[in-house]
Design a protein around this ligand. Structure first.
Ligand code: ZN
Length: 152
């Protein structure tokens, strides 16, 4: 596994729309593994492929220790409720903002074996799913945040 370089806010790649993955090649699996390692080393709870310079629809999430989701072509198929809370991003280090998100989402995706799965997420997991899927469409949380402040 390799640790990847995380692009920061001003990089134009973060504003592009990522492409669907049509074939889960060994390279895509390697990418997912490398993204997990990179996320962990950066102490993040999620990472999207465009953040490491790959414009493909893949995200990894680990909100709860050792519960890792590797999602390919994730799509929100259900959402309900509202939560408002603090959010940060590995591509925008040292800052956080208050963002409104659905409190509950169901996401359909492919796992790394190409099987269709659904992830049912509430609260922090719902927030992470929405945040990472936004990255695939070139959207950053600062586009939606009410207040952005520097972390202490
Ligand atoms: Zn982010």
């Amino acid at each position: 596994m390799a640790r990847l370089n995380i692009l920061t806010e001003e990089d134009p790649l973060l504003r592009k729309k990522s492409k669907e993955i049509t074939e889960i090649t060994p390279r895509i699996k390697q990418l997912l593994d490398d993204m997990v390692q990179t996320m962990r080393q950066a102490n993040g709870v999620g990472l999207a492929a465009p953040q490491v310079g790959v414009l493909r629809r893949a995200v990894v999430i680990e909100c709860e220790e050792n519960v890792v989701y590797k999602l390919i072509n994730p799509k929100i198929v259900f959402q309900e409720g509202i939560q408002k809370g603090p959010e940060g991003c590995l591509s925008i280090p040292g800052k956080s903002g208050t963002v409104e998100r659905p409190n509950h989402v169901i996401v359909s995706a492919l796992n790394e074996n190409g099987e269709e799965i659904q992830v049912d997420g509430k609260e922090l997991l719902a927030r992470a799913l929405c945040h990472e899927i936004d990255h695939l469409d070139g959207i950053l949380y600062i586009d939606k945040a009410e207040e952005i402040s520097d972390n202490e």
